[in-house]
Write a new protein. Structure first.
Length: 53
């Protein structure tokens, strides 16, 4: 939760933190809807973007 709060300025549940292979957090968010909506990326979009990066 601390990583999410530091990266985004807020926290909440569900808490999603993405890590490097050496377990360092690099991206976080408290809720990603199942599909893109209201200008927010859905969880599949987040995963695809992280994979491309």
């Amino acid at each position: 939760m601390l990583a999410t709060e530091i990266m985004t300025g807020a926290g909440g549940w569900p808490n999603n933190v993405f890590l490097t292979p050496d377990r360092k957090s690099f991206y976080a968010g408290s809720h990603f809807p199942p599909a893109d909506q209201d200008g927010r990326p859905g969880f599949p979009t987040v995963l695809k973007s992280l994979h491309r990066a």
